[in-house]
Write a protein that binds this ligand. Sequence first.
Ligand code: AP5
Ligand code: MG
Ligand code: ZN
Length: 247
Amino acid sequence: MNSLTTDQTTRNEHATSQGAHVVRVIMLGPPGAGKGTQAVRLASAYDVPHISTGDIFRTNVKDQTELGTKARQYMDAGELVPDEVVIGMIQDRLAEPDATGFILDGFPRTVPQAQALEEMLVDLERPIDVVLRLAVDESEIVSRLTGRRTCRNCGAIYHMDNSPPGQEGVCDRCGGELYQRDDDEEGVVLNRLDVYHRQTEPLEFFYWQRGLLRDVQAVGGVDDITKRALDVIAEYEEPVSGTDGSA
Ligand code: AP5
Ligand code: MG
Ligand code: ZN
């Protein structure tokens, strides 16, 4: 997992030699495609925030906030939280000063969410560079999700067989407790897949029409997939204006 360091160094050198780069990327793909796994690595390579609506909801559920209470009933059933709740939450997050660039994971998930995002980013003058569609067979998804373990404290993602922690039940990164997400029970996983096909898949056409959609094969080694994604993003990244004058 850690051989990313090489890639990351190369990217950072690249960024420094040509002026700082900021990227704005959307991760699209069914539950279990590896959006979270890859988004963390891409965000670290480009030094931009990883913004995951699922993670924000899970933190709110853990902290028993009003938002968490509202979201929980939908999450446990594998249904989507209503658009107006998610859109308001993302609007607040994108207004924070660190969100010049970002890797968006789990948002947008419906056409109204994508339209709202488009409007927000026009206002902020921060257009999306590319939408990465992580492609993986449905047969693989159920075993990925039923074997997933997540850190209760920092959200790090593991898999009992594919990427187990050094010590069972303990997060390598922060020592937190690993748990199984309530929505990773097989029945809920199947409903999440169904919801994805009905409500999120139309976004593929939405972004294809805008010339932003790119496929990344999401099967095989995690490092290989990261490299594929970084290669695609590199085709779109733009130097921050004013830092090097060449663009
Ligand atoms: P969210 O948390 O976004 O869940 P999801 O989209 O269902 O996606 P997952 O997190 O399950 O999968 P992933 O693609 O991130 O895969 P991961 O990297 O973990 O949303 C949860 C809920 O919140 C929703 O159901 C909804 O209720 C609500 N919500 C969130 N956003 C919303 C929105 N915008 N609108 C409305 N509601 C919203 O990987 C999965 C497993 O596979 C891991 O165990 C991992 O270790 C393993 N793995 C990863 N890569 C590989 C590989 N290459 N080979 C083998 N195993 C691998
Ligand atoms: Mg995720
Ligand atoms: Zn942790």
